[in-house]
Design a protein around this ligand. Structure first.
Ligand code: PEP
Ligand code: MN
Length: 359
């Protein structure tokens, strides 16, 4: 899915379609059709499936129609993509996408845990928590350097200094790290120092940021907006893919409801709903989804049971003294217990825990 997408021009009747080739069609046929699509100025897509070659074409429907691909002897059928999100839809790609963050897979048959502090507070804090996360067997580290806080008086994160600590600790432990990027101006700094971007709930519809991340090839963990519908999340992901970056992991992190006993309401409906419609991996953040330490483990288990591809969870070596989100952060011991409890649930849904590479 290389190259960026041409957004429809005025007067264009925009169309996306998939072209399913006959089982006997070979690579040369696929190449010939893709070249024809490209010659017309439309965007060709190659999606090798496990059973059948499926090609995609995006462009003006009047132009695409001139190819009469339905009459091609090696084409089984041509059908329009009906869902509002095209590139992220299962219509476009029936098989699950596996996104690799620093070489660690998310999606496919694995269950991947990303864990670490809400915010990077110091080198020592980041290191102590990362070592605990690694000892418990998690393969990926998280930690925020740029913190989007509701109050301007709350700890805002250490910025680029925090990114350097995260990079250092990531190198020391061998755990690839993801960290939040809050604006276009910081994309380059984060890209240089982390294995993956996180887009937070408050930025899910920052379309300029999404497009900028689409021009990178680094993976993006895209969190659902706290007041966004599931389809809005899928359309936000479409922005990133449409710019040429297919490496998107969706993250359900809870939404605002009338309930005030918990920080958010963790909408686990989103997991099977999205899995049905999209090939992208989906993970769950039970920390922000509940805001309550005691609820994190049960909801993480529920996430695994309903088909999530992993979790993003906050762990702190000393939660009572955390500078942000201490009330929802697990201690290293609680995190270790969570990992132990997860394994049988993950196995029960025919998945396998993705372990830390060096363990
Ligand atoms: C975070 O992961 O620390 C965070 C700020 O998450 P969210 O954007 O989901 O609130
Ligand atoms: Mn947090």
């Amino acid at each position: 899915m290389a190259g960026s997408f041409c957004f429809p021009q005025a007067g264009e009747r925009y169309r996306e379609m998939i072209i399913v080739l006959k089982p006997e069609a070979d690579g040369a046929v696929a190449k010939e059709i893709l070249e024809q699509i490209e010659r017309l100025g439309c965007r060709p897509l190659h999606m090798p499936g496990s059973e059948r070659v499926v090609l995609g074409a995006l462009g003006d429907e009047r132009v695409l129609g001139t190819l009469h691909l339905e009459n091609h002897p090696m084409v089984e059928r041509v059908q329009p993509i009906l869902s509002p999100y095209k590139l992220v839809s299962r219509e476009m790609q029936p098989d699950d996408t596996v996104v690799k963050i620093g070489g660690v897979p998310i999606g496919g048959g694995g269950f991947t845990v990303i864990a670490g502090p809400c915010a990077i507070e110091s080198l020592e804090q980041c290191r102590a928590t990362a070592m605990a996360v690694k000892a418990a067997g998690a393969p990926l580290l998280r930690g925020g350097a740029f913190k989007p806080r509701t109050s301007p008086y709350s700890f805002q994160g250490l910025g680029v200094e925090g990114l350097s600590y995260l990079q250092q600790v990531s190198e020391e432990t061998g755990l690839p790290a993801v960290t939040e990027v809050v604006e276009v101006a910081d994309v380059e700094a984060v890209e240089k120092r982390a294995a993956g971007f996180q887009v937070g709930t408050r930025n899910m519809q920052n379309f300029r940021l999404l497009r900028a991340l689409g021009r990178s090839q680094k993976p993006v963990v895209l969190k659902r907006g706290m007041a966004a519908k599931m389809d809005d999340l899928l359309l936000a992901a479409e922005y990133i893919l449409s710019e040429g970056n297919p490496n998107v992991v969706l993250c359900e992190r809870g939404i605002k409801t009338f309930e005030t006993a918990t920080r958010n309401t963790l909408d686990l409906n989103a997991i099977p709903y999205i899995k049905e419609r999209s090939h992208l991996p989906v993970i769950v953040d039970p920390s922000h989804g509940t805001g309550v330490r005691e609820l994190v483990t049960p909801m993480a288990l529920a996430a695994a049971a309903c088909g999530a591809d992993g979790i993003l969870v906050e762990v702190h070596h000393d939660p009572p003294n955390a500078l942000s989100d201490g009330a929802q952060s697990l201690t290293p011991e609680e995190f270790e217990t969570l990992i132990e409890k997860l394994e049988p649930v993950v196995n029960a849904v025919n998945k396998k825990m993705t372990r830390c590479r060096s363990i």
